[in-house]
Ligand binder design. Structure first.
Ligand code: PPE
Length: 311
């Protein structure tokens, strides 16, 4: 059985340190530095099959740019060029004969020396791909999900740096989502250190009130690429989008709430802390965003064609 938000993974091959190896041989040592200290960076991308039958990775360049920026923030030198990683991602999809899938590049410190400061350990890079359905369930995408404010606060930006998509950061997400799901909710709404809304465990969050869309700034949340895409889509529709901090009660009185992420895509929120949002079902603007975003992913929106990286 699969937990909500989790997916069984399987493919033929995985790209590891510059070459393809069979799935079962993509192994690391138990003394891998990053396994002990959570010191690694990663990405998550999705590949979609367009109407013309060609598959494309959605905003691959932006994701790989963020991978390199994450590594830069953490002072990890990736031993490959941007173009090499991009090509390896496309090759991973093609070699596994996927037309649609999720792609996970990860950069981590290998084994050799132990201790926090084992800086001479080899920097390793892997790229895997597997089919991944709706992150918060098919039902969630259609009817909306239920959130609960987490008792776990998002980390302070001088403690862990949110512009890095780092492996260790996700302890915060795991704790929050476990807590929310155990209490019977679909996902957590995580607040920042000052008590303002930050994001979900693996999604950015948007609220709509009186036709104006507000989303928290990325001071305590990941600079989501889906977030960026949705902001562009809304502004192209002449909808005002404000990046501003807000407290949880503004979410309660929103007309519409939705979450964005590569895995979650655009997922409506129908309830937060047991308060119904709007009519309790996905609202018109959320539907519109889902529709345009869905069309953009599959190459049906000419103005967003530049977001597609054909494999
Ligand atoms: N916030 C967090 C904490 C986050 O992990 C993600 C992505 C986002 C926002 C949205 O970012 P973007 O994908 O660039 O729009 N979460 C990834 C990992 C999910 C997982 O469970 O693994 C993802 O969606 O791929």
């Amino acid at each position: 059985m699969t937990e909500k938000g989790a997916s069984p993974v399987r493919s033929d091959k995985i790209w590891l340190d510059g070459q393809f190896v069979p799935f079962d041989e993509a192994r690391v040592h138990v003394l891998t530095h990053s396994l002990h200290y959570g010191y690694g960076v990663f990405e998550g991308m999705r590949c979609y099959k367009g109407e013309d039958g060609r598959s494309a990775i959605f905003r691959a360049r932006e994701h790989i740019r963020r991978l390199f920026e994450s590594a830069h923030i953490l002072e990890i030198a990736i031993p490959f060029a941007v173009e090499e990683i991009l090509k390896a991602c496309a090759d991973t999809v093609r070699l596994n004969n996927f037309t649609e899938c999720y792609i996970r590049p990860i950069v981590f410190l290998g084994d050799g020396q132990m201790g926090v400061a084992a800086r001479s350990n080899k920097v390793r890079v892997a790229i895997a791909a597997w089919p991944w359905g709706a992150y918060l369930g098919e039902e969630g995408v259609k009817r909306g999900v239920r959130l609960k404010t987490s008792s776990f606060v998002r980390f302070h930006h001088n403690s862990l740096m949110p512009h890095a998509k780092a492996t260790g950061h996700y302890i915060n997400s795991v704790l929050a989502v476990h807590e929310a799901q155990r209490a019977g909710y679909d996902e957590a709404m995580i607040l920042d250190v000052d008590g303002f809304v930050a994001e979900g465990s693996g999604e950015n969050l948007f609220v709509i009130r009186d036709g104006i869309v507000t989303t928290p700034p990325t001071t305590s949340s990941l600079t989501g690429i889906t977030r960026d895409s949705v902001i562009a889509i809304l502004r192209d529709q002449a909808v005002a989008v404000i990046e501003q901090r807000f407290p949880r009660d503004l979410v309660y009185i929103a007309d519409e709430v939705f979450m964005t992420g590569t895995a979650a895509e655009v997922t409506p929120v129908r309830e937060v802390d047991d308060r119904r949002i709007g009519a309790g079902s996905p609202g018109p603007l959320t539907r519109k965003v889902q529709e345009i975003f869905g069309a953009a992913l599959r190459g049906r929106e000419p103005r967003y064609k530049q977001w597609l990286y054909y494999i």
